[in-house]
Design a protein around this ligand. Structure first.
Ligand code: C5P
Length: 283
């Protein structure tokens, strides 16, 4: 039995720079791994190449409909392995449909686990991972990275200065393709200062980083959702966060705090209104 951690990511900045011919969008985003994680258990036995997935959330798909199962299938097929069964169990802690890359992290962990077990790394790991989901390549690395393209062109950045991260997911979820569609319909007026964020990271300047947290998707949220996101950001900022933004296509919002006690207080305050609130550290 293999036991792996799958870590949530946040997008410190998120910009979408254009629609591509393949229907996807080119992005420029600074991604950050966090210590909030799912637990993945993988059992490999003799069999006929069957993949099964079980989670502790009834609403999540099982088997190969689950992105973690899809990852196992892609791995087995890449090597033509058809004499083993792969059984995956996922204990979720990362909120689902939240923009925190939970499913992608689970998929990446499955690939890492299978590579270890069979002692056979995928030959084109990043591009293979990208076919499973746009955030999967980042999940192999965590840390602080600049991601471009669909998310598969990755560059290491200096680490986010030590801080606490509060993550809060409101009850609603947002459809990722729909939100990309909304962005296509209008001209983006405000974009993140990605270069400034990189300079702040290079200087180890926490407040320079925090002030520049920015996500273009917030501007195209339906108004009720936007109000909720703004409210969570207000609670975080007035509670001492240096910066706050929605992560990915939401609906989770993160705040980064220099002072860990203030992060704890904010998380407690937010928990009164939202069930899914967590405190994490950069990874
Ligand atoms: O790759 P992933 O399955 O996470 O993407 C989900 C959906 O989000 C895609 O089907 C696409 O509509 C949209 N997407 C996009 N451009 C990206 C990433 C995702 O348009 N770079």
């Amino acid at each position: 039995m293999l036991n792996l951690k799958a870590n949530a990511k946040i997008n410190l900045t998120l910009d979408v720079i254009g629609r591509r011919d393949d229907g996807y969008h080119d992005m420029v985003t600074i991604m950050q791994g966090t210590t909030l994680s799912d637990d993945i258990f993988i059992d490999i036995s003799d069999g006929g190449g069957k993949v099964s997935v079980e989670t502790d959330k009834v609403y999540l798909p099982n088997g190969e409909k689950n992105i973690a199962g899809k990852a196992a299938r892609v791995y087995l097929d890449s090597f033509g392995i058809n004499n083993k069964d792969v059984s995956i169990k996922i204990i979720k802690q990362i909120p689902v449909c939240a923009g925190l890359g939970g499913g992608s992290a689970d998929a990446a962990a499955v690939i890492v686990g299978l590579e270890e077990y069979f002692n056979m790394p995928l030959s084109d790991r990043i591009n293979t991972a990208d076919t499973i989901g746009s955030d999967v390549p980042f999940c192999f690395f965590n840390g602080t990275m600049l991601a471009r393209g669909r998310g598969e062109v990755l560059e290491n950045l200096p680490a986010l200065p030590d801080c606490a991260i509060v993550l809060c997911k409101p009850a609603f979820s947002i459809s990722t393709p729909k939100l990309f569609g909304k962005l296509d319909e209008q001209k983006i007026k405000c974009r993140p200062d990605t270069d400034g964020m990189i300079r702040a990271l290079e200087a180890g300047d926490f407040s320079g980083v925090a002030h520049r947290c920015f996500n273009v998707f917030e501007s195209v949220l339906p108004s009720a959702h936007r109000q909720t996101v703004e409210h969570i950001k207000d609670v975080m900022l007035s509670g001492g966060a240096g910066g706050a933004a929605m992560s990915g296509t939401g609906s989770a919002v993160f705040g980064i705090y220099f002072d860990k006690d203030k992060a704890l207080d904010s998380a407690e305050l937010l928990k009164r209104e939202y069930k899914e609130c967590f405190i994490a550290k950069p990874l």
